[in-house]
Design a protein around this ligand. Structure first.
Ligand SMILES: [Zn+2]
Length: 301
């Protein structure tokens, strides 16, 4: 059928009259289907823990949006009371600890003063392993990466792969090593994030508190052991999972995981704790002592 211009307009108007209400209803329903979630007016503060910078371009910033910060906006970060209890030491048990040097390869992490977080985390992880082997028995230590590599080009997969390494090594604990940064460069101190999932939370908080105690003993400000609940990720029973990907993926595998944010790379006070190799060693030794104390490892000396 051939239609002239006027016919086309008339048909167009009729079609519009007919379809407009349907379009409106569809738009309304799709809004409901998303759970009525409102997008934030502004993005939340970046999360250095889970959000490596996805490009090698040096930028003076904390790491940008993570895999889920677009919707995971509600800040449910919670400080927890110190848990002094230690892991009940089983006779002759050799604990397996997987250390996770945060970021790597094209995931640079935070970058300040010519330093990349990915390099600092790898140095510290190596020092932690060396210190544990040199000073304690009853422990096996593995790293999720030994060199400057990313475990995957896709950040979501990359973060899960770190927990998969822990699972493959039959890890008793997973310790992810990071350095922090903040937008205003004013924050300083050490924070250790733990899991809030029932089956691992006690051990996760326990080893977190033990590590934090040693870091604070170096003079770093005590920013508490914290847990943070996801608004987006749920278990099959509908309960909420952990916010931070490596802790979440570890907990799913029943491995207590923690993220150690040693100090803030962009803060003048904290730079004094990390600006030489000796100071990075001191941070690593604090981590190692925290791990060893919590696990009740026998000293070699
Ligand atoms: Zn980091």
């Amino acid at each position: 059928m051939y239609l002239n211009q006027n016919d086309k307009k008339t048909v167009g108007r009729r079609l519009l009259k007919f379809f407009l209400p349907m379009i409106m209803v569809t738009l309304f329903l799709s809004g409901c289907a998303s759970g009525g979630e409102k997008k934030p007016k502004s993005m939340p503060a970046p999360d250095p823990n889970v959000s490596p910078i996805p490009s090698p371009l040096p930028t003076i910033t904390a790491a940008p949006a993570s895999e889920k910060t677009e919707t995971d906006t509600e800040d449910t970060e919670t400080s927890v009371d110190d848990q002094e209890a230690s892991d009940p030491k089983e006779a002759d048990k050799t604990y397996v600890v997987v250390l996770d040097p945060g970021h790597g390869g094209n995931w640079f992490g935070a970058m300040y003063d010519g330093k990349n977080e990915k390099d600092l985390t790898l140095s510290v992880a190596n020092y932690v392993r060396d210190y544990l082997y040199d000073n304690y028995t009853g422990i096996e230590v593995y790293l999720t990466r030994e060199t400057d590599i990313a475990l995957d080009g896709d950040l979501k997969i990359e973060l899960e792969k770190r927990a998969i390494v822990a699972e493959e090594k039959n890890a008793d604990y997973f310790v992810s090593i990071h350095f922090n940064a903040s937008e205003e460069h004013l924050l300083h101190g050490a924070t250790v994030y733990a899991s809030m999932r029932d089956d691992v939370t006690e051990r996760s908080k326990g080893i977190a508190a033990s590590i934090l105690k040693e870091l604070v003993a170096l003079g770093l400000k005590d920013n508490d052991v914290k847990t943070r609940m996801s608004q987006d990720y749920f278990a099959e029973d509908g309960s909420r999972l952990d916010y931070y990907a490596v802790i979440r993926h570890s907990a799913i595998r029943h491995i207590p995981g923690v993220i150690v944010e040693h100090c803030f790379m962009d803060n003048e006070i904290d730079k004094e704790f990390m600006n030489t190799d000796e100071k990075l060693h001191a941070l690593a030794e604090a981590d190692a002592r925290g791990i060893a104390n919590y696990l009740g490892l026998a000293s070699k000396n």
